[in-house]
Design a protein. Sequence first.
Length: 858
Amino acid sequence: MSTLSYKLHKDNSRGQFQNNKYKEKELRLMTTFQLREICYKEKLVKSIINPLDKDELIRLIMRYRGIEESLFIRKYDKDGMQRVQDFLKRAQKLILDEKNVQCPAKITIYDSLNTEVFDDYRVNCNNKLDESNMILVDNKFEVCTIFNLVAVREENEKKYYIVKDGEIPGMESKNKHYSLLYFEKAESELLYNIYYGIEELNPKHVKFYSMSILQFEIQKMKDTDIPLAIDFGTSSTTAGTYIDNEASFVKVIDVAKENLQVTFLIPSIVGIKAIEDHNIEYIFGYDAVKTSKISYIDDGLSIFYDIKRWVNDFEKMEKVIDIHGKWAFVKRKDIIKAYLEYVINLAKQQYKYNFKNIHISSPAKQKYKFYMLFKEILQDYVVENEDTLEEGAAVLFNTISELIESKKYIDGEKYKALIIDCGGGTTDLTSCNFTIYNNRVSYQIDIETAYENGDTDFGGNNLTFRIMQFIKILMARELMKDNGDIRNVILEEFDVDVFRFVDENGVLKIYEKLSQEYENVESIIPTKFKEYEDKSREDYYKVKSNYYFLFDLAERVKKEFFNNPSLLKVLLTSQQKHNIEGTVIGFDKWKLSYMNSGLLETVKEPPEIELNIYEVTVLLKADIYNIIKKFLGKLYDEDRLFDYSIIKLTGQSCKVEIFKEALKEFIPGKIIQFKRNKKDGKENYDLKLSCLRGSLKYLQAKKYGYANIMLSSKMPTLPYVISAFTHTGEEKILIHSVDRNRAKGTISRFMERIILKLYLKDTNDCTRYEYSYEVNPEDFERIVPEEVVKMYPDVITQQDTDNIVNDEVKFFVWAREEEWGFSVLSVLRKDEGLLMGKEAFFSFENDEWETNFFDGLK
C-alpha cells in the first residue's frame, strides 16, 4: 500500500520546519492530508487535539506560519539598502524584454512623504505583472530609492501603481541617468530577503526589466499659511483646504473593499498594530477596518470606534493590546493625537503642503473643551480658536454662501435657521440668526448661534444597533432550526401608526418585542463580551468577535439602503454569489460563534439572511420620529416653528427618508433643506461634507476679504437638570434645563463630615447619573465675605453669605457652559466666621451613563 506524504525538505526532518513560511495560495493547492502533515511538523498542536477540515487547517497555518502574498520593502534599514546595492553591483544581470513594461518618464518624490496611488504613477504592460519591489538605480547601479508596485482593482480590472513609504529615503544621482528596475515575484522576494537579512543568500544572477526614467526629483514640502480644515466626527472625519479658490477634500481609498473605492470619509477608527518597548504603532481608518476583518477571533487586537466621545474625559487611560497579545496603558488624548496627525499627514501627502494652521470644527456645547484639547495635543501647529466655527455654524455658513451665490437673500433681513445634525454617535439641535448686507467692498454677515438641545445617546450607531438586533435574532433562529416565523412576529409589533403610537406610549414600548427576542437569543449567539471577562480568553474573544461581526454587518446593510434609495433587498451570505436580484453582502464565516451543548463553537456554515427595505424602514421609524419629536415638539406646541425660515438636516444619518417624513409631522416640507443625490445609487457625501464645506468657505471669505463676518454665541441651553434633596426629602432644582437664566442654585446642610449627592436628569425627568461632593472640615480655610464675592462675582453675592448661619454649610452650584459641566463650592460659617471649601468640577456627560455601543454590554 502506497503512503501519501508531502516533503518540504529532502530529508523531511522536523527540525528544519521551525522557520518555514507559507502563502495562502500555495496552501489552497494542497490536500487536507498534506496540510495536516505541515501542522504536525510545525507542531501546531491544535490540529492534532481537534481534527480540523481543510479551511480550518489553512487558517491555522496562516495564523502561525503565514506570510503576505506580496513581500514589500517598506521600512528603512540602512544596512539593507547597502546589501541590495552590493548584490545588484556584483550579480550577473539578465535584462528581460518579453514584456512591454511602460512606466512614467518623470517621477517626483517628496522628502519624508509617502508616494501613493493618488500620485498616479501608473505602470502598464501588455502582459501579466506581479506586485513587487522596484529599485531606482543610476547607471552605476547605485540605489537611489526603493518603490513598490501595487495592484489596485478598478471595475474588476487590475491596474498597477508605483508607491513608496516616506520612511525609505531617496537620493538623486549626480549623472542624472536613471533606470527603474521591475522584478518578477521570485526575484522581488529574493531582494526582500537580502534587504532584511533574513537568509544568507549569495545568488550569482538576477533578472529584471529595466525602464529609463528621464527625470527623477526629490522635493521638500512647501510651507503654507492656508489652513487645513478638519471635521472630526464620531463615525468618520473629513478634511480639506482651498486650492486655487476652490474647496478640495482629502481622499482615501477604502482598502477593505475588493474594488477600488475612493471616498472623502475617513473612518474615526484607531487600531493597535504593534507595541514594542512602550512604543505604540497605530493603524487608522480603513487600514484598521481591514485589519479587524482579517484578524483571527482570539488575536485580542484593540480597535477603538468611538474616540470623539473621549473628549469628555481625555485624560483617562485606555488599555491597548496588539495582535501578539502585548499590552500597555495609553492616555486617550494620545490616541486622539495620533489619529488627528494621521489625518493631517494624509492632507500633506495629497497637497504636498506643510500645513501650519489647523481649523477643527467642534460641537457648540463643547467648543472650549475641544479647543483646549486640540491646542494641547497639536502643539506643532497653530490651532485656530477665535475664528473657529462651531459645527452647526459651519453648516449654516455653507447655506449662507449658497444664498449669496444664487442671490436668493434679502439685503439686511434677519433670517432664523434650525440645524439638526445627526451624526454617528450624537444628535444636536442648533439655532442660528443671520443677516447678510451687501456693502460697497464686501459682504457683511452677522451670525448668532445657540445650542438648543441634544441627545448624546442618539446617532447613526443607534440605527445600526436596531438592524443588528434583527440580524442576530434571525441568525440565531436559523442556527437552531427554529421553524417559527420570528420575522413576522417582530414586524407585527410595528403594524400600527408608528408616530401616533410613540406619541401615546413612548419609544421604548414599540421596541419591547425586538429587545426581548434579542435578549432571548443571547444564549445562542452571545454578544455581551463584558460578561465574559472572567471566562477563558478564547471564549471572551469569540463573544467579542460576535458583537463586532454583527455590528459591522448591520452597518453595511444600513449603508447599502441609505446610499441606494432604489434598492429593495440585500442578501447576507458567506458564499460567493453573483447575478441575483438585489445586493449581496458577503461576510467571513470564521467570525461567528454560537453555543452548542454549553460550548462556544465557530459556525462552519452560517445561515443566509435576506433583508428588505420595508423591514429596515420599519425598524428605524420609531427611533427617528422620537428624536425629531424631542427636538421640535415643544417648538411646535408653542407655535414657534414658523419663526424659522430654514430647517436644515445634516449628518450622514439624515440620508434616510424617514427623517424627512418625521419632520413633515411638524413643518411643511418646503422649508426643509435636505439633499439626496439622485444620479446614482452610490455614496453621496453632501450631508457629511456640508460642515467641512462651510468651514472652507468661511476661511476663504476671511482670507481674501470677501466678507466681514461677525460671529457671536448665546449661552447654550442645557438639556440637563441638576438637583439635590433637602433634609426634609424635598427635591430642589439647582440648575434648570432649557432656561438659560436659571443656571445656578444653592442648598444647605448642617456641618459634619458629609457627602452631598447631586443628580443629573434629562429633559424627560429621568435620573441619568449621581454625583458625590465630599465635605471634610480640614478642607475649609478662613476667608472674608468680600473676598468670596470677589472670587465668584457671577455666582455669589454678599447677601448669599450674610444669610449663612453658624454651623451651616451652603453649597453653591453653577453651570460652566464652556466646559459643559458644573461646579460646586461649599461655604461654612463657624463661630461667626466664614470658611470656604474646595471647588469641584463635574462634567455633564461621561462614560458612566452615556450609551456606548462598544462597551460589551449589548
